[in-house]
Design a protein around this ligand. Structure first.
Ligand code: FMN
Length: 318
């Protein structure tokens, strides 16, 4: 029940929302990788109003990633070729254990591998940790370079990985999808049918390239990288809308969300939760609190009792 006040607005909406049996204080999510792996940055986001935080993608063993520069600003976002640098799953899970001692805000561990067997081994390790959710970064290549053929490009490959992980994991499973595919709905359906409990869309768009005109060379040492931030939001909104028409499992909408209007747009597209990533680089982690307050004002203004009550866009708009 919501209470109308004389202006016609309501006053007792809540940001609380359910997601895979978890009771989240807000629908706002720190997506994988944007702020690294340390427990302190995850904790800072949780304390600023993220309802769920995600670690940087972890591999079985340490990965150094690409040499710098790995990030360059673009007119409306970032281009990055970090290359999944991470200290390995054991170290990431140590950070998660420290995080868990400081807060009850749920944490998803993101993992990254290039074979179903390695994904399954990572899933076993994460299942034995205090993590709440397991996220599969399916944007990794199965041939060469970070933007070779993303695993998430093939519904069959995605189904094989999700099925292997489902068998090994005792945690709810989120499949994170790449936008760099011709039919994201087919990939999402394959993940759902293989046992994914939720989807996260989208990872970075691209690859893209920025050239230093004085040097006559790409700015990123890797040559190209993945685009994130405001520029990709329309692509993310379309992907979430298409997925929401195609699957019954909940979706975390990620890509270019910078303010509460953007967050509401994701909810209308069909997201249950909303990631805020690149915007934190310029806006700081206080953005979680700002977006949360303004999203609550939006819910009250529209008399929606909670984020899950925001009406979704009708089918067939994509
Ligand atoms: C510097 C950087 C590192 C990232 N690292 C990861 C990662 O390790 N795993 C992953 O699944 N996504 C990673 N991402 C993608 C983000 O989680 C997110 O899907 C993407 O940036 C789109 O959201 P945004 O526009 O709000 O940043 C990274 C993005 C950035 C900018």
């Amino acid at each position: 029940m919501v209470t109308k006040i004389p202006s016609g607005e309501c006053m007792d909406a809540t940001l609380r929302t359910r997601f895979l049996e978890l009771d989240l204080a807000t629908p706002l999510v720190l997506p994988a990788g944007v702020l690294g792996t340390s427990f302190s940055s995850l904790l800072a986001c949780a304390r600023c109003g993220a309802g769920l935080v995600t670690t940087k993608s972890a591999t079985l063993t340490e990965r150094t990633g690409h040499p710098g520069p790995v990030v360059v600003e673009t007119p409306a976002g970032l281009l990055n070729a970090v290359g999944i640098s991470n200290p390995g799953i054991a170290e990431v899970l140590r950070e998660v254990a420290v995080y868990r001692r400081h807060t009850a805000v749920p944490v998803a561990v993101s993992v990254f591998a290039d074979s179903p067997a390695d994904f399954a081994e990572l899933a076993r390790r994460v299942s034995d940790s205090p993590a709440d959710l397991l996220e599969l970064n399916l944007s990794c290549p199965n041939v060469s370079g970070e933007f070779g053929a993303p695993l998430a490009g093939s519904p069959d490959t995605v189904a094989a990985i999700v099925a292997a992980v489902k068998h090994a994991a005792r945690l709810p499973l989120i499949a994170k999808l790449s936008p760099n595919v011709t039919d994201i709905a087919a990939v999402g359906r394959a993940a759902e049918q293989a046992g994914a409990d939720a989807l996260c869309a989208i990872n970075t768009l691209g690859p893209g390239m920025v050239i230093d005109t004085e040097l006559g060379l790409p700015v990123l040492s890797n040559g190209s990288g993945g685009l994130s931030g405001a520029a990709i939001r329309p692509v993310a909104v379309r992907a979430v809308h298409q997925l929401a028409q195609s699957v019954g499992i909940p979706i975390i909408g990620v890509g270019g969300v910078c303010n509460a209007v953007d967050a509401a747009e994701m909810l209308i597209a069909g997201a249950r939760l909303v990631g805020v990533g690149t915007a934190l680089w310029s806006g700081g982690i206080e953005l979680f609190g700002d977006i949360g307050r303004n999203l609550l004002a939006y819910l009250n203004r529209r008399c929606y009792p909670d984020p899950a009550a925001v009406p979704r866009l009708e089918p067939s708009h994509a």
